[in-house]
Design a protein around this ligand. Structure first.
Ligand SMILES: Nc1ncnc2c1ncn2[C@@H]1O[C@H](COP(=O)(O)OP(=O)(O)OP(=O)(O)O)[C@@H](O)[C@H]1O
Ligand SMILES: [Mg+2]
Length: 303
């Protein structure tokens, strides 16, 4: 039993905490080129912006906004492309609008997710094989586990980590919906040897990002997750991914979440403001503690 696996719960992390992200500086000329290529700017307008930029000593984006030719969102789009930072435009993708990390990477909420990512890098992910997976758990339904798991996985992939999101909620799976994936074969088939690892879908929209959907909902989810095939699967996946995030069912639905957290070695506990009960949270953290699962942090989800 390692020291880390028995450490007590740490200070809560507040998902809405305000963290400043350093503004990127960019080559202004290529911002114009990116926007022209994307059909968001005409060559004539780009020339007007360049003239204004020169006259007033402004940056390209500032001049464009002053002239009313571009909006802040266009500049962010171009910066995202320029820095190879996947960024989706509503209506151009079938992934859900709930994936704020993909659609609004510069919003305050996603800044908080990046702050959470940094905390997890410091407290858990250290490159060792036994520190590559983490489960997202909470006491009851509708507390935002799936939302957090998906968005957190995206911000990890934006950092260039080889990231895998596993939907280990075999009761009410949602990750396939969030990512617009078919969910024909998934975790339940893999654990029962009715599918192989080709069931893991690479999501090309993102940098190095894959999803293993839940697959068909089985009658015995807890029993499937207890099988050695599940831990063996995780054992082989940690060799290929830097970060594996596991979505789980609510802890009050059965022992599934505890089993998944145990196999992952770590749990990030989600509490929803004005929704989760302190007593339930204490029970959950005590049982994780008894099972020697590291509680890497507690996130207050406020929505
Ligand atoms: N931080 C947030 N900001 C805005 N909306 C959120 C946030 N977290 C969750 N939601 C929304 O709340 C709803 C429930 O979230 P989610 O499906 O992630 O919860 P869950 O805990 O996984 O629920 P379930 O018990 O059904 O698995 C979704 O519509 C989701 O978009
Ligand atoms: Mg869920």
């Amino acid at each position: 039993m390692s020291e880390e696996r028995t450490m007590p719960p740490v200070e809560p992390l507040v998902i809405r905490s305000l963290v400043r992200v350093e503004k990127t500086t960019a080559n202004d000329r290529s911002i114009g080129a990116i926007l022209i290529d994307a059909g968001r700017l005409t060559l004539e307008d780009a020339e007007r912006i360049l003239r204004k930029q020169k006259e007033d000593g402004l940056r390209f984006g500032e001049a464009a906004i002053k002239l009313g030719l571009l909006a802040e969102v266009d500049i962010q789009f171009a910066l995202a492309r320029q820095f190879d930072y996947p960024y989706l435009v509503p209506g151009e993708s079938n992934v859900s609008g709930e994936l704020v990390a993909a659609y609004q990477p510069f919003s305050r909420q996603v800044e908080a997710l990046r702050a959470l990512r940094s905390q997890l890098m410091l407290r858990w992910f250290n490159g060792n094989l036994d520190r590559r997976a983490i489960s997202i758990v909470s006491t009851s339904r509708n507390e935002g586990r799936s939302y957090l798991a998906a968005n957190l996985a995206i911000v990890f992939s934006q950092l260039g980590e080889r990231t895998l999101l596993i939907d280990a909620d075999l009761r009410n799976p949602r990750q396939h919906e969030l990512f617009g994936l078919p969910n024909r074969a998934g975790l339940s088939q893999l654990v029962t040897a009715r599918a192989d690892e080709t069931a893991i879908e690479r999501v090309p929209t993102f940098m190095d990002f894959s999803v293993l959907t839940a697959g068909s909902v089985p009658p015995n989810p807890q029993e499937l997750l207890s099988r050695s095939s599940f831990s063996n699967l995780l054992g082989s996946l940690v060799e290929r991914y830097d970060v594996i995030i596991l979505d789980t069912p609510a802890a009050d639905q059965g022992a599934d979440a505890q089993i998944v957290a145990d196999r992952a070695g770590a749990a990030l506990v989600v509490a929803r403001q004005n929704h989760s009960y302190v007593g339930d949270l204490q029970d959950l953290s005590e049982s994780l503690h008894h099972a020697a699962t590291a509680i890497v942090g507690v996130v207050m989800n406020n929505f």
